[in-house]
Design a protein around this ligand. Structure first.
Ligand code: ZN
Length: 241
């Protein structure tokens, strides 16, 4: 079975459509979305509609949660907060219903899927260091766990003693290791590469690949300007930071 794992769309329809075009030209498989369908970008409703139609499973992200619940927005930086308030008043009842239906985690026999971390997914933590990676690896029953949230693709392995950072975008996994794979972001990459990022996972061979694709950034930026979204959020799409 092939899985196409996308995350952090953030209302960026051009990024989402480009990723899906690539996925649909590939072998048949299941699309799984790791959340943050909305927030930052100009097309939150369209992204909800497309994801609802195309993804077999969608997980709740922290931006999704922030528009469906009365959460404390002081957790977010001022740009994110402003975009959340804009998104909140732009969403239709249909989009809100879809976001309210999303689970915090999805488990299969071979893999788990979560927005932030498998350890306390509702806390929206990041994996920044060895201790945090270790605590999360200990939580995972399956061979591999797919995450998003940081908008930075990352492949981590764990052999029961140490954490291994894989430099390449392709992973041929070893039997003895477990993996945490950050699939990066479709709608707002932050690793210095503005191209969208997503992962392809083969549950038979267990191989995984991070794919990067250029999309029509300018079109998204024009829509953001028209919507009156913050210039900082518009510019960061060009530099991928
Ligand atoms: Zn995000």
């Amino acid at each position: 079975m092939r899985y196409y794992i996308i995350s952090d769309i953030h209302g960026n329809l051009e990024g989402l459509e480009r990723a899906l075009q690539d996925i649909e030209s590939d072998l048949p498989g299941e699309v799984i979305c790791l959340g943050d369908v909305v927030g930052y970008g100009p097309d939150p409703n369209e992204c909800c509609r497309v994801i609802k139609e195309k993804a077999s499973v969608t997980i709740l992200g922290n931006h999704d949660e922030s528009v469906i619940e009365d959460v404390d927005l002081s957790y977010f930086n001022p740009f994110a907060r402003e975009a959340i308030l804009w998104t909140k008043q732009s969403l239709t009842e249909e989009s809100l219903d879809f976001l309210r239906s999303l689970p915090l985690m999805h488990n299969t026999e071979h893999a788990c899927f979560v927005h932030a971390t498998p350890l306390q997914p509702e806390e929206w933590n990041y994996i920044f260091n060895f201790e945090e990676a270790l605590a999360n690896f200990r939580m995972i029953q399956q061979k591999v766990c797919f995450i998003g949230h940081s908008h930075q693709p990352m492949l981590l392995g764990y052999d029961g003693r140490q954490i291994i950072i894989h430099k390449s975008n392709t992973l041929e996994p070893k039997d003895s290791l477990k993996y945490i794979i950050n699939v990066g972001s479709v709608g707002q990459p932050r690793d210095g590469d503005p191209r969208l990022s997503y992962a392809v996972y083969d549950s038979d061979s267990k191989s995984c690949q991070i794919r990067r694709l250029a999309y029509d950034i300018q079109k998204t930026q024009d829509k953001m300007r028209k919507a009156g979204l913050n210039e900082f959020l518009i510019e960061r799409l060009s530099i991928g930071r």
